[in-house]
Design a protein around this ligand. Sequence first.
Ligand code: BES
Ligand code: MN
Ligand code: ZN
Length: 504
Amino acid sequence: MDFELKTLSLAAAAGEKCDALILLVGESFKPGKDALSRLAAEAIKARDLEPKPGKLLQAYRAPGIAAARVVLAGAGDGSGKRVHAAVQAAVGALRSNSVKRLVICLAPEAQADAVRAAVTATAESSYVYVATKSKPEGRELQRVTVAVADAGRHAQAFAAARAAAEGIEFARELGNLPPNVATPTRLGEEARKLAKRHGFQCEVMGPREIAKHKMGSFLAVAKGSEQEPRFIVLRHQGAAASEPPVVLVGKGITFDSGGISIKPSQDMDEMKFDMGGAASVLGTFRALGEVKPALNVIGVIPSCENMPDGRSVKPGDIVTSMSGQTIEVLNTDAEGRLILCDALTYAERFKPAAVVDIATLTGACVIALGGVRSGMFASDDELAADLLAAGDAALDPCWRMPLDDEYGEGLKSNFADAANVAGRAGGSITAAKFLQRFAGNYPWAHLDIAGTAWKGGPAKGSTGRPVGLLVQFLLGRQGTAPAKTAAKRAPAKTAARARGKASR
Ligand code: BES
Ligand code: MN
Ligand code: ZN
């Protein structure tokens, strides 16, 4: 889908040739003398339209307006959140019409967050999965014009939002693919394709190279599957080689049956989404490829299936991780942490400014936070604050959870350095405490996206979260300027903090 940002008055927008036009009407709406203003003002006066978000009024062939369909959409206070809800509702209402060309008119006082929300909400609500349908009925929408009072002022926010939308969509598409298609091998191929298209460096390791790196914990999970594991490393080098990178580590379990500690069959199909962390790293790189920020970012993806087999790792088995720490596998369904721990050790070699891992890690996180906020754990307060702020700004929010050492006590093992599970209490926290044992040498954060990466029920499907958060977080580290025009590098404070902080 093509997005463009254009300076248009409401009078000019009324003359735009398109299939549909969405006019956002906020509480501070001041009608002019043009046809669109008249329509909205009359509707408000007649109490047929309220400026509340979610409220809609549709008109057909309204006088003086070139678009056949007009949707007036209440946008409340005009904030990003309200604009997102309004555009979502309006694009949803237009879904059954064949709208190829759409114009969205924002209020003259619209801020960057409103522009961002208009773009991401449009992309989100018009997405249609077709990859494995035999008679694909795809997305109708082809071109979307976001009309603002001053396009120049919003050009940067718009470009970032368009890139984020592409990344989110890429992650959604990968997440939605069935597990017999989105295999570890396929994820490796997707990473290679991204690298080729955008000029990233890319390395995809198979079982032999993984074994050479002594990733015994990752390989223990992988060995119950017919599918070969992949360990993917993607690099965006937008800054000097001396600049320490941010490393994103994504859990890439392409199907989680639970292994020998097998899961109940109810909803087991949803465990195809267990590569949501990996998909979000690839989606973030998709966005980085568009914006090319002046930053160094490395993506690390351990990917395999978790399956029951005669060769599978068993409860009671003890494995040796790349760090040298031994792990007693008490539950083979706690496999995410077993593959991530080796990836976190591997990440040390990059002397990172920060490492953020992203994983559909625990059902307990779904119980704690539901589907609204991702769980966020961090060994570094400033990293935590940055992630929290980025999530709120991108409307892809997270919530900080605790890491007190007492939570790690249940991971003690009589036979190894640690067990891979503790009791049921605080399950998302004990999982994070397990990971923290391997993330000691850099500022580290962990996003548990078990509740946010996909939706179940009738609207079953991947959300593409937390690509929005990650893109916002990364672009925030280099100011907001794209690489070409960026005069300044990452703020001194960021670099100093990255090097100076102890992490545990
Ligand atoms: N991929 C699951 C986590 C999950 C479960 C996400 C349900 C979303 C919905 C993970 O590998 C897992 O199975 N975790 C176990 C850990 C337990 C055995 C300590 C869980 O949460 O039940
Ligand atoms: Mn599992
Ligand atoms: Zn899993």
